[in-house]
Design a protein around this ligand. Structure first.
Ligand SMILES: NC(=O)c1ccc[n+]([C@@H]2O[C@H](COP(=O)([O-])OP(=O)(O)OC[C@H]3O[C@@H](n4cnc5c(N)ncnc54)[C@H](OP(=O)(O)O)[C@@H]3O)[C@@H](O)[C@H]2O)c1
Length: 510
């Protein structure tokens, strides 16, 4: 399925400018993504990558660093010829983009000179891989120095998360950005939207006649969205103290998944049609009343424990974390989308760090069969489950009930499995490859529109307000465990359980 009808950017060259070119994200994700896009011929021949940083590096030195990073982080082996071609298109520009406003005009001169060497008109794609407090200022300066011109669709800015630290700061940032740019020029990144199985949700839902007729409260008992990590905060304690699990995972990735799973079928697959439906679903997401008892929500913070066979410290002793921190590293909650399709269907969401496994999984649990008297054999059968695994395996699993072989009429569960990793070995692009390519193609469906973000922030703030007092005593789960016991109780009290489905072992080799 190709998304049609968006502004396709045909016959354009590309100038990709990375602000924060010496940073962690650039080296681990962006440079490997650009290598693959260039090596696989998915970008025009007329294409340059310009990394912008304040370190005193020559272009040759920067290219050598980039070579090492791509080798270390690329999703498959590196071909030397492709590497040379990639490096020949890679440039390093030194610039102090905060304390030296004059450097922008200098940069524009350099850029215009290089742009004029290209035959095809260029798309200027600015990727802001810098600390969030700089987003607004950089965009303003780009506009003031005509590096971007408002309403020019070929001038685009990709902005990393987090977009604001609460609703008020997100609104403020948005006001600054939309003063300089049209909404259509802004590509707010939620890298989950670039993940293959997340993109697949549309195809699975709307490309099969068997699911959509059942995709409602008549046939679905509950939906579960899980994002479990084995890692702790990995040296990013200062960032995590500000964000916690709510802002790191819930506000963006998990609510985006919820929107894709629960939205109505869009009129067509144009980006705005998809985003219109997503925002309607988020608007229907019930806010919590600020009653302060944290009902229907389990928060957690990890203490010391054993992760993947090694002893690991608790959150409170991680570097840059307060010894009495009350920042949650785990959350489980019951959400409701109050509309005709989903009324009464609980949507359970959970996410956490330092858990016993790494897994992002969506489970659609269908209603059980009615207990019919004359079909005794079919009574008490487990429900049908549709499982979409986003990572580490990428695939789908459908659990049905069938007859066990033999003379007796006995039932057992069987699974229909699809492993994308096995069928398309090594050919699955990483999220950032998809995001950069789609931003070049002006396909904004993989990026979050402002109104989606605004709705998400409202929901997250309602969670925070509700749990502001009377929260749970931390730490309340051991590193390497399944998370706080309260998360299990949340479902048990409603006669349900978290579904933890292992896709076939072979799919996990990736
Ligand atoms: N890292 C990740 O995995 C990840 C994941 C999701 C989102 N993000 C987001 O991506 C953004 C970048 O994260 P990061 O981890 O890559 O950060 P980082 O490693 O701290 O990199 C920041 C970059 O900005 C540069 N910089 C800072 N101040 C500057 C100035 N005044 N003038 C010129 N350059 C300046 C730094 O240059 P120096 O090298 O000279 O310090 C560095 O290249 C953040 O918004 C973060 O929230 C990161």
């Amino acid at each position: 399925m190709t998304l049609k009808n968006h502004h396709e950017t045909p016959g354009r060259s590309l100038l990709m400018m990375i602000f924060g070119g010496t940073g962690d994200l650039t080296h681990r994700k962006l440079l490997p993504a650009m290598y693959h896009l260039i090596a696989e011929g998915r970008l025009p021949e007329e294409c340059s990558v310009i990394s912008i940083g304040r370190r005193d590096l020559t272009e040759a030195e920067y290219r050598e660093q980039a070579r090492a990073s791509v080798k270390e982080h690329s999703r498959s082996g590196v071909d030397e010829q492709h590497m040379e071609r990639f490096l020949s298109k890679l440039h390093y520009k030194r610039m102090e983009f905060i304390s030296d406003p004059g450097s922008y005009a200098e940069f524009r001169e350099w850029l215009e000179k290089n742009e004029s060497l290209y035959k095809a008109p260029a798309v200027r794609l600015f990727f802001l891989a810098v600390a969030p407090e700089f987003f607004g200022l950089i965009v303003q300066r780009l506009r003031q120095n005509q590096l971007i011109v408002k309403r020019n669709p070929d001038h685009r800015v990709m902005i990393e998360k987090p977009f604001g630290s609460d609703l008020a700061s997100a609104r403020e940032l948005n006001a600054t950005i939309t003063e300089a740019l049209d909404e259509k020029q802004v590509y707010r990144i939620d890298h989950y939207l670039g993940k293959e199985m997340i993109r697949n949700i549309l195809a699975i839902r709307f490309g099969n006649s068997i699911f959509e007729p059942l995709w409602n409260h008549h046939y679905i008992d509950n939906i579960q969205i899980t994002s479990a990590e084995t890692l702790g905060v990995e040296g990013r304690g200062a960032y995590y103290e500000q964000s916690g699990i709510l802002k790191d995972m819930l506000q963006n990735h998990l609510l985006q998944i919820l929107a894709l799973i629960t939205m109505e079928p869009p009129a067509d697959l144009m980006p705005e049609s998809i985003r219109d439906e997503k925002v309607k679903a988020l608007r229907a997401l019930r806010r919590y009343e600020p009653v302060g008892v944290c009902a229907g929500i389990a928060m957690g913070q990890y203490g010391p424990g054993t992760s993947l066979g090694k002893p690991v410290p608790g959150y409170r002793v991680e570097p840059d974390v307060a010894p009495d921190s009350t920042v949650p590293t785990y959350i489980a909650l019951r959400a409701s989308v109050d509309n005709f399709r989903w009324g009464g269907v609980p949507i359970y969401i959970r996410a956490g760090k330092r858990l016993d496994r790494r897994r992002t999984q969506i489970v659609i649990e269908f209603k059980r069969l009615p207990g019919v008297n004359y079909y005794q054999e079919f009574r008490e059968q487990p429900p049908n489950l549709l499982v979409i695994e986003v990572q580490p395996a990428e695939g789908m699993y459908f659990q049905i009930n069938a007859k066990k072989p033999g003379n007796e009429f006995r039932m057992n569960q069987v699974e229909l499995n699809y492993s994308q990793n096995i069928r398309f070995q090594g050919n699955v692009p990483e999220a950032y490859e998809q995001l950069i390519l789609e931003a070049f193609r002006a396909n904004s469906s993989l990026f979050t529109r402002w109104d989606e973000l605004e709705q998400s922030w409202q929901f997250v703030e309602s969670v925070e307000q509700m749990c502001a007092e009377g929260g749970q005593a931390f730490p309340n789960y051991a590193a390497g465990s399944r998370g706080p016991a309260r998360a299990d109780r949340l479902l048990h009290e409603e006669g349900r359980e978290w579904r933890e489905i292992d896709l076939p072992e072979s799919a996990r080799n990736h």
